[in-house]
Design a protein around this ligand. Structure first.
Ligand SMILES: Nc1ncnc2c1ncn2[C@@H]1O[C@H](COP(=O)(O)OP(=O)(O)O)[C@@H](O)[C@H]1O
Ligand SMILES: [Mg+2]
Length: 151
C-alpha cells in the first residue's frame, strides 16, 4: 500500500492517471473507490488519455455504465457501476471480456462477487478543495509492481 498523498488539483489527478497508465498491461483490473466527486472519472480520464492520446474525449459512463476504448496495445473498458442495481448485470456489460484488456471501474463494490480478487484498488477522498489518494495492491503481482511506483 502506498502512503496516502495529496492531489492539489484536477491536473494532479490527471497526472497520477498518466503514471498509472505507464504500469498497466493486459488483464489488469483497477477499482476506483470514492464518493461522488472524489475524482474517479478524472483519474480514469488521465489513464485513458495517456494511453490513447490526450485529445481523446472521455465522458463519464454514468448512464451507459460502460464505455470501451481501442488502445494501441489493448482495449480499455471504463465502467461506472453507480446505477447498476444487480451485480449480476455486469455480465451483460461485457465484464468477462475485460480479461483481454484493462478494466477501469468506478463503484466497483456494486459488482459484488464479480469483483476480482487480484486488482489495484485506488482510494480517493475529498479533502476540502483537494483530494487524497492511496493505492492498495490486492492479490498476487500488484505488490511487486507498485514497489518503486513513483509519481
Ligand atoms: N485533485 C483534485 N482537486 C480538486 N478537484 C478535483 C481534483 N480531481 C478532480 N477534481 C474535480 O472534482 C470534480 C469531480 O470529479 P469526478 O472525476 O467527476 O469525480 P467522480 O467520478 O469520483 O464522481 C470535477 O469537477 C473535477 O475537476
Ligand atoms: Mg465518476
Amino acid at each position: 500500500m502506498t502512503d496516502s498523498f495529496v492531489l492539489e488539483d484536477e491536473d494532479a489527478t490527471l497526472s497520477l492517471g498518466k503514471s498509472i497508465a505507464g504500469i498497466l498491461r493486459v488483464g489488469d483490473f483497477v477499482a476506483l473507490h470514492g464518493d461522488l466527486g472524489a475524482g474517479k472519472t478524472t483519474l480514469t480520464r488521465g489513464i485513458i488519455q495517456a494511453l490513447l492520446g490526450g485529445q481523446e474525449e472521455v465522458p463519464s459512463p454514468t448512464y451507459t455504465l460502460v464505455q470501451v476504448y481501442d488502445g494501441p496495445d489493448f482495449p480499455l473498458w471504463h465502467f461506472d457501476l453507480y446505477r447498476l442495481e444487480d451485480p449480476e448485470g455486469v455480465e451483460e456489460l461485457g465484464w468477462d471480456e475485460t480479461v483481454e484488456g484493462v478494466a477501469l471501474v468506478e463503484w466497483p463494490e456494486h459488482a459484488g462477487r464479480h469483483l476480482p480478487q487480484v486488482r489495484l484498488d485506488v482510494l480517493l477522498e475529498i479533502h476540502g478543495d483537494q483530494r487524497c489518494v492511496r493505492l492498495e495492491p490486492k492479490g498476487e503481482g500488484w505488490q511487486e509492481r507498485l514497489h518503486g511506483f513513483s509519481h
